[in-house]
Design a binder for this molecule. Structure first.
Ligand SMILES: O=C(O)[C@H](O)[C@@H](O)[C@H](O)[C@H](O)CO
Ligand SMILES: [Mg+2]
Length: 403
């Protein structure tokens, strides 16, 4: 199972994606997602200059050894660029191993723990009514869980809300970062009204989620968590920037609203205090940023000891390769919670052929050997890379804030 070739494919069918393809001597190949939104070419350089040359000639079946070679062996550990590169290699190698075994990936991981994978959809509106209309649409599509984000009066642009009603939300929308304005006061006064309206219109059964996108301080997050308790959210996500894990102690002491965190984390060490102290309820790191199957499986096992479940990040800036592998992981992992689902554009789906299916608010895993996602390289070439940046946020007085 010697690796005979490896190369990176950058394609932009609506948005940028970075894919690593690893080919073995026998011709069996695997693909991995290495997309890091707004920093795509940094990962390409890391892969092409430092990883690919060291992969050629290695035994593709030694996934564990290669993982440590790239992590420990790099000396410079962790960080999103390094870990996106490590993840892509890991996903491609698991794809190869499962193909060689003639098994869908979930079988290799240990088989099915469930029949289907519950997903949540994004529902956004410029105001509460607009958001409720989106919720209604998604409930009709079969979703059991929705993430609600609505515009806040007095704040012109807000995270998660598309520019025009009914449009998809795409944050990386400019060559250089767009500048947004943020007001914590206006947001905190407004957002509980959104959940009250959702519960009043849709009743108690629908799972309701919300993403704060790292904008509050711990005491503000505690206030919000407490204020929304009557509306029993499925989770409140990224309520504070989480470099300081200790922040969650304070939030947890004040509220029973479940907390999700970790879409920007990339290692088990980012989670250790959060999990061991039971300060959080869901881990968000996607396979593409957290070291692939090999490392996420370790994080999920640690989480399982403390009743913490998975709720993987799944926006459109992770490619269908990441989503496909996630559906296998979610089908297997004992402590599964939920999977984020932001549908890719038809152009993206045409470039990345896949066998996972969406039905009735859930994903169904495919039976093809491997992770079930492939790339049409000829079609991919028709969509050249275009620089795109995530926005930055400023308070009303001009202070740079967390976006
Ligand atoms: O919960 C989510 O889906 C995320 O917060 C995304 O919307 C991120 O902002 C995006 O992935 C950044 O690249
Ligand atoms: Mg988020």
């Amino acid at each position: 199972m010697k690796i005979s070739d490896a190369y990176v494919i950058v394609t932009s069918p609506g948005r940028n994606f970075v894919t690593l393809k690893i080919v073995t001597e026998s011709g069996t190949y695997g693909i991995g997602d290495a997309t890091l939104n707004g920093r795509e070419m940094a990962v390409v350089a890391y892969l092409e200059e430092h990883v690919i040359p060291a992969l050629i000639g290695r035994d593709a079946s030694r996934i564990e050894d290669i993982w440590h070679y790239l992590y420990r062996g790099a000396y410079w550990r962790r960080g999103p660029v390094t870990m996106a590169a490590v993840s892509a290699v890991d996903l491609a190698l698991w794809d190869i191993k499962a193909k060689a075994a003639g098994m869908p990936l979930y079988q290799l991981l240990g088989g099915k723990s469930r029949e289907r994978v519950m997903t949540y959809a994004h529902c956004t509106g410029r105001d509460i009514e607009g958001c409720l209309a989106e919720v209604e649409k998604h409930v009709k599509l079969g979703y059991r869980a929705v993430r609600v984000q609505a515009g806040v009066p007095g704040i012109p642009t807000i995270y998660g809300v598309a520019k025009r009603e009914g449009e998809r939300y795409e944050p990386a929308d400019a060559e250089l970062p767009a500048e947004h304005v943020w007001s914590t006061e206006k947001y905190l006064n407004h957002v509980p009204k959104l959940f009250a309206a959702v519960r009043e219109r849709f009743g108690d059964e629908l799972h309701v989620l919300h993403d704060v996108h790292h904008r509050l301080t711990p005491i503000e997050a505690a206030r919000l968590g407490k204020a929304v308790e009557p509306y029993h959210l499925f989770w409140l996500e990224d309520c504070v920037p989480a470099e300081n894990q200790e922040s969650f102690r304070l939030i947890r002491q004040h509220t029973t609203t479940p907390l999700a965190v970790g879409e920007v984390f990339n290692s088990i060490h980012d989670y250790r205090e959060l999990i061991e102290n039971q300060w959080i309820d869901y881990i968000r790191t996607p396979l593409t940023h957290g070291g692939g199957i090999t490392h996420l499986r370790r994080i999920a096992d640690l989480a399982g000891l403390y009743h913490v479940r998975t709720g993987f990040h799944g926006p459109t800036d992770l490619s269908p390769v990441c989503l496909g592998a996630a559906v296998h992981f979610d089908t297997w992992v004992p402590n599964f919670g939920i999977q984020e689902h932001m549908p890719h554009t038809p152009e993206t789906d045409a470039v990345f052929l896949h066998d996972y299916r969406f039905e009735d608010g859930h994903f169904l895993v495919g039976e093809a050997p491997g992770h079930g996602v492939d790339i049409d390289e000829t079609l991919a070439k028709q969509y050249p890379y275009k620089r795109a940046s995530l926005p930055v946020n400023r308070l009303e007085d001009g202070t740079l804030w967390h976006w």
